[in-house]
Design a protein around this ligand. Structure first.
Ligand code: MOS
Length: 759
């Protein structure tokens, strides 16, 4: 055991190394753009120079003259592409090449196909477009935006949580705060570029594309092409970073598929880093107004949270994190509202902890401001307002070890040594600040199906169209099967990411481990049941006549109190080579048609605040910042997070997720921001040299504490997803520490040196 492979505590699995680690580090893991295909043509996208208007004319003559160019798809010759409705597996209703309209800067206007990538790229530069241009609205504060209430126009946020009379509570509160915060536009920059590769064999289409939802892509691309989804297979066995960006399908997929059909050759399109900023999704900028009233001893009596989010003109994408913030503490009265501000932008989409990151940054920052106003320790403020029942409907949390997380992280961090006075903890030229915040993430789950086979030689095969997005899915799913079937992990072969397999939900909302392990558990238990019945029924078996419920499957043998029989012998007696079970599982309260909907490409997740009980994973993060007294350089020398996630399948992969989350959290506080030219509604830093993310030099000491937790109510496996928990709260903890060091309260992310220069 080591730091990277933490010793499992109660209700935690072994830190099994990732089963695909060697494949990945040796380059043998085949990512979708790596799949070798004969006679492959290369596609390069051409994108618009304007954010709003129409294409008036395209001049393709120069582009077509480039040697090796085969064909150029444009809105003039690709009209058979069908527009898609926004939602679930579809990232946007914006349908490039289906119409001449331009909705945002950098919209796809053509796909150039050539024998080589170089020729396609050369030709793409030579495509000339003329437009009828209209002035665009870039975002908050721009003329011409339209503000609508989220609950009036979205399926995902139909109600603004509220209870009691907040205005009265705030009027009568001894201490109140009324503060505004903002978070910036942020763009995914996975190491693996976005890509689509399509190959037809007759009317059968195979799509190789990094995807967090292969069944969704299958049905969405079939709709876009107007073909039978049974003729489509989507394969995505490895994904080099996703974090939401490869969740719903973007229109590129169908465009590349159509191109491959048109030229009767497989086509690969790898999207450039720059084009990834405008042809996929991103985290939209948000604004928040938070008001809190409290008694002198810190009990909150009124909480009000209004949010504003940017979205595109045609699509109602919204994250509405008030669903979580309105229920996080035992407030008295609550009022919330979420507004969407429509601008001439590409449609935003999921990015790690889509609602919780921005909304909890605002809430947790306000909690720190309230603690200061109350002259109270910020940990104690959380303790005073901790609750086992959410305030809106009084629904209980299935488990909530929030304060245990605070206490463990505080002890390791040394929080008791904090001098609360602002600017009091200086060391030489460095101003030291300590801050903390809550991490919280809903325990989401969906319907899923899996097939598990146990062979007489003790080998196991698990098949489900779940997704390995870097989280360790192959490993933890394999661990569940190994555990239930009593074999070593090396005997288990897990197949994922292919619509030829039984369906699993989108790898989003951190649901995969909880959902798929619960499903695999069910399939394995059906295998155990068959085996055990066979064992006790056989007259000449050492286990004959025993109660099947007393049997155990361990080390390739079936056992019961001293007696045992080898699997191979039992299979021989059964005259059977293998037992294969197909299982479907869905969380309690799910509509029975959920599995069929999943087969048809629609994934529904439940959990969090969406049921009769509140299901959430919790954590607490503590940070130290050091700010140089003269230059105001900001460093984060230490960060400690303690997290509980029910059953931890694998302490190594869990720690990695939480560590990566905390690093992303540091990035969200200090680095990440897409700069926008307000005149052109154009992203400016579309590259990873100017779009800042933390690098090794930004990360110093980082500690992850796994807090043991048992929750038998969330799902049969007792698992709460952890993938998105770690980056929630980090930015608020850093902002609090910056205040503690300097006395400056920065309410707009990212916090930069220039914000701290004036005194
Ligand atoms: Mo995650 S942003 O729900 O893929």
């Amino acid at each position: 055991m080591s730091v990277t492979a933490p010793e499992p505590k109660r209700n935690m699995g072994q830190p099994v190394p990732r089963v695909d680690a060697r494949l990945k580090v040796t380059g043998e893991a085949r990512y979708p753009a790596d799949v070798p295909l004969n006679n492959l043509a290369h596609g390069v996208l051409v994108t618009s120079d304007i954010a709003r208007g129409r294409i008036k004319r395209l001049d393709l003559a120069e582009a077509k003259a480039v040697q090796g160019v085969i064909e150029i798809l444009t809105h003039e010759n690709a009209r058979e592409l069908k527009p898609l409705a926004f939602g679930n597996a579809v990232a946007t209703s914006i349908s490039p090449l289906a119409e001449p309209r331009i909705w945002h800067d950098g919209q796809i206007i053509a796909l150039v196909l050539a024998d080589t990538y170089e020729a396609a790229r050369e030709a793409a530069y030579r495509v000339k477009a003329e437009y009828d241009t209209e002035p665009p609205s870039a975002g908050f504060g721009s003329a011409g935006t339209e503000t609508v209430l989220a609950k009036d126009v979205t399926e995902t946020h139909k109600e603004d949580p509220a209870v009691g009379d907040v205005e009265a509570a705030l009027r009568s509160a001894a201490v109140t705060i009324d503060v505004e915060y903002s978070t910036p536009t942020q763009h995914h920059n996975p190491i693996e570029l976005f890509s689509t590769t399509c190959a037809w064999a007759g009317d059968q289409l195979t799509v190789y594309e990094p995807s967090q939802f292969v069944y969704g892509y299958k049905h969405a691309v079939a709709k876009q092409l107007g073909i039978d989804p049974r003729n489509v297979r989507v394969i995505s066995q490895y994904i080099g970073g996703a974090f939401g960006s490869k969740g719903p399908m973007t229109p590129r997929t169908g465009i590349v598929a159509l191109a491959a059909k048109r030229i009767n050759r497989p086509v690969r399109c790898v999207v450039t880093r720059q084009q990834g900023f405008t042809t996929t999704t991103y985290r939209a900028e948000t604004r928040h107004r938070i008001r809190i009233g409290a008694t002198p001893d810190g009990k909150i009596t009124g909480f009000s949270h209004e949010g504003w989010e940017i979205t595109s003109r045609p699509d109602a994408y919204v994250v509405a994190g008030t669903d979580t913030t309105s229920r996080l503490y035992g407030y008295g009265a609550v009022w919330t509202r979420v507004n969407m501000v429509k601008a001439d932008r590409n449609t935003p989409g999921y990015m790690r902890s889509p609602p919780e990151l921005p909304y909890n940054y605002a809430l947790e920052s306000a909690m720190d401001e309230l603690a200061v106003a109350l002259k109270m320790d910020p940990v104690e403020l959380r303790r005073v307002n901790d609750t086992m029942k959410e305030p809106i409907k009084g629904l209980p949390y299935t488990s909530r070890p929030l304060m245990q997380c605070y206490d463990e992280a505080a002890a390791s961090f040394g929080w008791s040594k904090r001098n609360p006075a602002v600017g009091s903890m200086r060391e030489d030229d460095w101003l030291i600040g300590w801050g903390c915040a809550t991490a919280v993430y809903p325990t989401n789950m969906g319907a899923a199906a899996a097939r598990v086979r146990l062979s007489s030689d003790g080998s196991v095969r698990v098949q489900t169209a779940a997704h390995e997005i870097g989280t360790g899915a192959y490993t933890v799913i394999g661990q569940m099967a190994a555990e239930r079937l009593g074999v070593g992990i090396e005997a288990v072969n897990v197949e994922l990411g292919d619509t030829a397999l039984p369906p699993a939900p989108v790898a989003g909302g951190s649901n995969t481990t909880a959902t798929v392990c619960s499903t695999v558990l069910k399939a394995c238990d059906a295998i155990r049941d068959k085996l055990f019945r066979a064992a006790v029924a056989a007259k000449d078996s050492p286990l004959a006549g025993r109660d099947p419920a007393q049997l155990e499957l361990r080390g390739g043998t079936v056992q019961a109190g001293g007696a045992s029989e080898k699997l191979s012998d039992l299979f021989a007696r059964m005259g059977s080579g293998a037992i294969e079970e197909y299982a479907e599982w869905m969380p309690a309260g799910f509509a029975p048609e959920s599995i069929q909907k999943l087969y048809n490409g629609t994934s529904t997740l439940k959990g969090g605040s969406k049921g009769d009980k509140m299901m959430y994973a919790f954590g607490a993060e503590f940070v130290e910042v050091r700010i140089h007294a003269r230059t105001r350089e900001i460093r984060v020398p230490r960060i400690v997070g303690a997290f509980a996630g029910g059953r931890i399948m694998n302490t190594r992969t869990a720690r990695s997720q939480l560590m990566g989350g905390m690093i992303w959290g540091i990035g969200s506080a200090l680095h990440e921001k897409t700069e926008i030219d307000p005149r052109a509604a154009r992203y400016l830093n579309k590259n990873i040299s100017e779009y800042l993310i933390p690098v090794n030099a930004d990360i110093q000491q980082l500690e992850v504490i796994l807090v043991p937790e048992e929750d038998r109510e969330v799902n049969p496996a007792g698992i709460k997803g952890l993938g998105e928990l770690g980056n929630v709260g980090t930015a608020a903890a850093i902002a609090a520490a910056v205040y503690h060091a300097t006395g400056k309260r920065i309410r707009d992310l990212p916090i930069r040196l220039e914000n701290l220069l004036s005194t």
